[in-house]
Design a binder for this molecule. Structure first.
Ligand code: KIV
Ligand code: ZN
Length: 438
């Protein structure tokens, strides 16, 4: 028997995605403080979690999973602190995770005492693999436990009439679970909750707990589920991608095409193993296609600095949007093309009506609080256009066309001799000694 293969695909021959591109922003849910934090070698302490929570609020997240309050004293106390110190903005729903077990649900509601608005998030392992190997539960038992949990959460929520308490249900390992069974499970949970309306939908979070499938399978499963769920208008379909095969961003975007309403993930992809989907990338991809996301990344390096400090983990140099090198061109021809593109900004929009049309850069660094000066690094690969650009930017010197080739040779030779990148001050010194004061 082969050791690996593609998990059995679901047979959906009549797939019709609503659109070829995502046309509206999903609801964003950060799980940094739960899925992200539980996977840090050195989890955040309460003060650090509070600082991270405030960062998430500033960015604009309205759904924030803050803890698993029944799983640890620290998470319980953190939830209480947010409530008691009145730290939660009026338009933010905090979310607490619980298993479908009565005493853990009770404990979650204890943590939520006095809360004005929040989401109780109950999950249960739905896949054959997990039910049989880990919990030893059959399908009937899984259904019974999930339904009981939904009823208990309803009763506890009704005992807090002054609060707006929503319910999120996750069939864990959705992508490894038989679809008909998941549909049945979620339908029964929906009925047991009994409070979902289009205005206050039940959130059905359908996770790729482990990324074993290609992104199109996940999207097909979401599409099938959305089409077949009997109360579609009163549920919010949420996706939660992990990145085991490195395709969580692609999977998330395809599930949005397939009809998902809401996305869970973390900043820069923190989370179990290879992480959750990176919401910075997904949100900025949508932004770069003209969608208003409601998330503010106008100081992306500031966000990265806080996350690096609090998690103790660096943001990778080539991390989309935030990495140190994402607006840096090393090759001469790229530098030249960027330079020309930037100089022509302000001319008429292109045929698609877009004003940003710079070769090699799909987004304006300034939208992320980053600067053009950092675009060009000079080394032995640099071209004449890039070198001229540095002198113009930093020293207001326009290098005459007929000197550019010679200057390039001088700078490249210097970089080769030094065996390193060349600072713009060194380019200036070389230019001055060769051409201004020879
Ligand atoms: O990955 C997962 O399935 C989860 C659940 C708790 C939603 O994190
Ligand atoms: Zn997860």
């Amino acid at each position: 028997t082969p050791k690996y293969g593609i998990p059995e695909a679901i047979d959906l021959p009549d797939r019709m995605w609503p659109s070829q591109t995502v046309t509206a922003s999903p609801v964003w849910c950060s799980v940094d403080l739960r899925d992200g934090n539980q996977a840090l070698p050195d989890p955040m302490d309460p003060d650090q979690k509070l600082e991270y929570f405030e960062l998430l609020c500033r960015i604009g997240f309205k759904h924030i999973e803050i803890a698993f309050p029944s799983a640890s004293e620290a998470d319980f106390r953190f939830t209480r602190r947010l409530v008691e110190e009145d730290r939660i903005p009026d338009d933010v729903y905090i979310m607490g995770l619980t298993q479908c077990r009565p005493h853990l649900i009770d404990r979650t509601f204890e943590a939520f005492r006095g809360l004005k608005r929040g989401i109780v998030h109950a999950y249960i392992a739905a896949s054959e693999l997990h039910r049989q190997h880990v919990f030893g539960m059959d399908r009937a038992k899984t259904l019974e436990k999930a339904v009981e949990a939904a009823r208990q959460i309803r009763a506890r929520a009704e005992a807090m009439p002054e609060a707006d308490i929503r319910f999120q249900f996750s069939p864990e390992e959705f992508t490894d679970t038989d679809l008909e069974f998941t549909l049945d499970l979620c339908t029964q949970v929906y009925e047991a909750w009994g409070k979902a309306t289009p205005e206050k939908p039940l959130i059905l979070n359908l996770p790729a707990t482990v990324e074993r499938r290609p992104p199109n399978h996940y999207a097909d499963m979401i599409e099938w589920f959305a089409k077949n769920f009997p109360h579609r208008e009163s549920v919010s379909i949420s996706v939660h991608s992990h990145n085991d095969q490195g395709m969580a961003v692609a999977a998330t975007e395809l599930t949005l095409l397939a009809g998902a309403d809401r996305v869970e993930g973390t900043l820069f992809g923190h989370g179990e193993r290879t992480g959750n989907v990176d919401l910075v990338t997904v949100a900025n991809n949508l932004y770069a296609r003209g969608i208003e996301t409601g998330l503010d990344f106008s100081d992306i390096r500031g966000v990265a600095d806080v996350v690096e400090r609090l998690t103790g983990m660096p943001v990778y140099y080539r991390q989309p949007y935030a990495g140190e090198y994402v607006f840096t061109a090393f090759s001469g021809s790229h530098q030249d093309a960027i330079n020309k593109g930037v100089h022509r900004l302000g001319e008429a929009p292109d045929k698609f009506g877009m004003r940003w049309k710079v070769p090699y850069l799909h987004i304006d660094p300034e939208d992320l609080g980053r600067k053009f000066e950092r675009l060009i690094r000079i080394n032995s690969q640099s071209g004449k256009g890039g070198i001229a650009w540095v002198l113009e930017q930093d020293y207001d010197i326009e290098v005459p066309q007929d000197l550019r080739s010679e200057l390039r040779e001088i700078v490249q030779a210097y970089s080769d001799r030094m065996g390193r990148e060349v600072a713009s001050s060194e380019v200036y010194d070389l230019f001055r000694s060769e051409f201004l004061e020879p």
